[in-house]
Ligand binder design. Structure first.
Ligand SMILES: [Zn+2]
Length: 153
């Protein structure tokens, strides 16, 4: 999996069972500071290029809710409500995964939140306007003719 600039992997869990809508299987779960990625390991010798295939690449801001699911009163999986449906991950330690997920998601910068303002240098320039004697329009003093009627200024 390629990380983009400013992205760092927070948690990785190898080949855990997952279910996402109609899809299910085993995949490696990558949690970074901005997204959740499911990757299936390369399958078979014939097509073995060593390249994992991406099952799901989900920005964390697209997850509306995350919870731990229990089976027979034991924490067994993490359930994520997302914009593409519910994703269930049978991670080894669901509470630990949820805690990591919650912590990292709290740090996600919402796209609407303002980025720190860069230092700016403001150069002020005063433009002097002169009034046309014929039509009264204000023109830039650097012009030799009225911007409106063309009379000499
Ligand atoms: Zn004029």
């Amino acid at each position: 999996m390629l990380l983009s600039e400013g992205e760092s992997e927070v948690l990785r869990e190898h080949v855990v069972p997952y279910r996402w809508g109609e899809r299910s299987g085993r995949a490696t779960v990558h949690l970074t500071n901005v997204r959740l990625v499911l990757e299936q390991p390369p399958r078979g010798r014939l097509l073995s290029s060593g390249v994992a295939s991406t099952v799901l690449d989900l920005p964390l801001r697209n997850v509306s809710n995350a919870s731990v699911g229990t089976v027979l009163r034991r924490a067994r999986y993490v359930s994520l409500e997302t914009n593409v449906g519910v994703v269930r991950l049978d991670v080894v330690d669901p509470p630990k995964f949820l805690a990591a997920f919650t912590a990292v998601r709290a740090g996600v910068r919402h796209p609407a939140s303002p980025a720190p303002a860069p230092a700016t240098l403001t150069i002020e320039r005063h433009v002097v306007k002169v009034r046309c004697r014929h039509c009264g329009t204000l023109s830039d003093e650097r012009h030799t003719r009225c911007e409106s009627c063309g009379a000499p200024l």
